[in-house]
Structures are given as structure tokens and as C-alpha cells.
Ligand binder design. Structure first.
Ligand SMILES: NC(=O)c1ccc[n+]([C@@H]2O[C@H](COP(=O)([O-])OP(=O)(O)OC[C@H]3O[C@@H](n4cnc5c(N)ncnc54)[C@H](O)[C@@H]3O)[C@@H](O)[C@H]2O)c1
Ligand SMILES: [Zn+2]
Length: 371
């Protein structure tokens, strides 16, 4: 098992470990009890994950001496709402949880974001433990302390920063994930590689079949590596005032495509893959990124099984939707572009509309039309 320590600036006095291993669930009760001692705890999960892992997790917590209050909600982004949060408050307050009682998120990013928000507000904040069970949650959502829920007016519009007391990733749980979820998690891993680490790009390239087959050793190395990258970025910019924006590579294009597809037929990771291709093409066209690297990115994403082209009915609508992304500062569309080589990226605020339209045209698949 590997451990990564996340240490936020000394002024915040926040530090927590991220443990990555295989078959950890049965021993998690004891480990959680060490970092969050209390007579009781709350276990929050969705109904898909509950089916596979709730009995093991609950038994482990009970054998560590916790009285466990379980809250299970229906799986899916559409339930990451204040409505579900209110139902969780009802369950947890009726169970008389205390200020010391940890809220434990067992599940993907939806569960982590929702349970973290509950943990940040219940009794003005209780300890929070993340047990991510998707690749995306392990490498992305569980690290960084952003928690929250969606509003009818947009995704993640209500939230807080609430760092977990610890994160435990058991990669053995990924075995029950649909293949699309692994592919979508890999989109964020490729993103991390492009912005920070060419060696990670090679690792994904060389170990792709093992990762797609959910080989425990390959997954554990992949997760630990990506957590280190995300942690380094978050540690340098815990409240997202500067370089943390690099993590948005592919996301401004991606969010626009997601918005136009109505979230229905395009998964987030698929949208990110398309956005990454567009950003790489844009940088290559500007002479800031080698053409061969842009093609290598496209080829790796294709091998993962992610889309690199999409039918777009109206490219101008994609550009317009990019302008409504919340990452706009003082009217300027900020794009993250790979810079010089794989492993480095920059924030660009000065890209002309014509170049952005050209990049949208590049990922446009001609023939059909949906987005
Ligand atoms: N807080 C952050 O910094 C951050 C970063 C990235 C994404 N997110 C959020 O994360 C969410 C997406 O996360 P996600 O992709 O994990 O979605 P998710 O939580 O909806 O999980 C995807 C699906 O897989 C199921 N599932 C989870 N673990 C499983 C397992 N081991 N076996 C079988 N099925 C399993 C879930 O029930 C769900 O149906 C979005 O809401 C996004 O906004 C947050
Ligand atoms: Zn993302």
C-alpha cells in the first residue's frame, strides 16, 4: 500500500494522508477509527455501490466499535442536490451524530462531493473521510477538498472547501465498475500527464491493457501517481487562485460540449477527452506544441476507447457555451493549453476566437449532428 501526504500551506494547518492499496475495505474500520475517534459515524453511499460494498464496509466500521448511521441515496448526478443533502441531514441528525463523528463517503465523485458537503455543514463541520470507488473519484474528486452539489442553474454551484481527514482508495473495488467509468477516469489521468508529467503519459501508454483489465498493481501505481500530481497542484494553490486552473485542461471545451448535449449522451470523461484534443490541436496550430505530441495524445485517447471527434451541429454554439463556463475572469476566456511538450501547460487568456473555432472544427465529426 502506498501513502501520499497532502500538506496544505502551514497557515491552514491542514495535512492528511491518501492511502492507496488493494483489498483494504475489510480493515478500514480500524484505520478510520485511528484518524477520527468517536462512538459513532455516518456512512454515505449510493444504491449501486451499496449493493457491492456496503455490508463489508459497515461490518468493518462496527467491528472497530463505531455505531454506524447509514444513508443510501439513488445513484447518479441528478441526485447530487440539496434535496438529497436535506434527506441526509434528517437521517444523520435523527441518529444523534456528534461533532466528532466522521462522515464517510463510500462511492464515486457524486457521493464524495455530496457527503463532503454534508460533512462541511452538519453541526458546522464534522470530520470527513473519503473512500473513492471510481477511478475518477480516486485520482481527481477525492483530492483537493472541493465539495458540493448541483443547482438547477448549473453543476457544482453550491459548495465549500472541506478537506478530508484521510482518503482510502481500494483499487479492488474498481473491478465492478462499468468499462466506461475506467475510460472516463483515464481521461483525467491523461490530462494530469499532459499538464505535469511526460513519464506518466508513457506509463499509461505502456500499461494500458493492464489498467483496462483492472490489474491491481497497475491501478494502484496509476492512482498513487495521479494523486501525487493533483496533490502537488492543490498544495501550491489550495483555494484555486492561480495554477490550480491548469487542472482545467480540456474542461472549457468539454463543459461546453456537455452543456450542449444536455449531459445525456456524453459522459464527463468523454467530454474532457474531446476538450483535450481540441486544446492540443489549438496549441499545435499556434506552434506552441509539437504536432507529433498532439497526435500522440489523440492516439492514446483513442486506444483508451475515448472519443476524439463528435458530431457538432453548430460550432458557434460551442464557442458561445464556452463563454458561459464559470472559469471566466474579467470577461476573458481563459484556456489551458499544453506548452512546448507533454508534461507542461500554461494559462492562456489571449486566444483569438478564430483559433478557438478552428479547434472546435477539428474535433467536429462530419456527417451526423447532435451537440
Ligand atoms: N470535487 C472535485 O474536485 C471533483 C473533481 C472531479 C469530479 N467531481 C465530481 O465527481 C462526479 C463524477 O464522479 P464519478 O464519475 O465517480 O461519478 P459517480 O459517483 O456517479 O459514479 C459513477 C457510477 O459508478 C457507480 N459506481 C461507483 N463505484 C462503483 C464501483 N466500484 N462498482 C460499480 N459501480 C460503481 C456509481 O453508482 C455511479 O452509477 C461529478 O459529480 C463531478 O462533478 C468532483
Ligand atoms: Zn474533470
Amino acid at each position: 500500500m502506498s501513502e501520499i501526504y497532502i500538506q496544505l500551506p502551514p497557515s491552514t494547518a491542514i495535512a492528511y494522508p491518501v492511502h492507496v492499496g488493494s483489498h483494504l475495505l475489510p480493515q478500514l474500520g480500524q484505520r478510520i477509527k485511528q484518524c477520527a475517534p468517536s462512538p459513532s459515524c455516518a456512512l454515505i453511499t449510493d444504491d449501486h455501490v451499496a449493493k457491492y460494498y456496503l455490508p463489508t464496509m459497515k461490518a468493518s466500521l462496527e467491528s472497530a466499535g463505531y455505531r454506524v448511521c447509514t444513508f443510501v441515496f439513488p445513484a447518479g448526478e441528478t441526485n447530487k442536490t440539496l434535496h438529497t443533502v436535506a434527506a441526509a441531514y434528517d437521517a444523520l441528525l435523527s441518529a444523534r451524530l456528534e461533532r466528532s463523528s466522521p462522515v464517510i463517503a463510500l462511492g464515486g465523485g457524486v457521493t464524495g462531493d455530496l457527503a463532503g458537503f454534508v460533512g462541511s455543514t452538519l453541526l458546522r463541520g464534522v470530520p470527513f473521510i473519503q473512500v473513492p470507488t471510481t477511478l475518477l473519484a480516486a485520482v481527481d474528486a477525492s483530492v483537493g477538498g472541493k465539495v458540493g452539489v448541483d443547482h438547477a442553474m448549473g453543476k457544482n454551484l453550491i459548495g465549500a472547501f472541506h478537506q478530508p481527514a484521510a482518503v482510502f482508495t481500494d483499487v479492488a473495488t474498481f473491478k465492478t465498475l462499468p468499462p466506461l467509468e475506467i475510460q472516463c477516469g483515464l481521461a483525467e489521468c491523461v490530462k494530469h500527464a499532459i499538464i505535469k508529467d511526460a513519464r506518466l503519459f508513457e506509463f499509461i501508454d505502456h500499461n494500458l491493457s493492464a489498467v483496462l483489465a483492472c490489474d491491481a498493481a497497475a491501478l494502484a501505481e496509476l492512482v498513487a501517481w495521479n494523486v501525487q500530481i493533483k496533490a502537488a497542484v492543490v498544495m501550491a494553490d489550495p483555494f484555486e487562485r492561480g495554477d490550480r486552473a491548469l487542472l482545467n485542461l480540456g474542461h472549457t471545451f468539454g463543459h461546453a460540449l456537455e452543456t450542449l448535449s444536455g449531459f445525456a449522451n456524453l459522459a464527463h470523461g468523454q467530454a474532457v477527452a474531446l476538450g483535450v484534443v481540441a486544446a492540443c490541436r489549438l496549441a499545435a496550430d499556434r506552434g506552441e506544441f509539437p504536432d507529433a505530441s498532439a497526435l500522440a495524445v489523440e492516439s492514446l485517447l483513442t486506444r483508451i476507447g475515448l472519443p476524439v471527434r463528435i458530431p457538432i451541429a453548430d460550432p458557434a454554439a460551442v464557442f458561445k457555451a464556452m463563454g458561459s463556463d464559470k472559469k471566466i475572469i474579467a470577461g476573458h476566456l481563459r484556456l489551458i493549453l499544453p506548452s512546448e511538450h507533454i508534461g507542461q501547460a500554461r494559462i492562456a487568456a489571449d486566444i483569438p476566437e478564430s483559433q478557438i473555432m478552428q479547434a472546435i472544427g477539428y474535433i467536429q465529426q462530419h456527417g451526423a449532428s447532435t451537440a
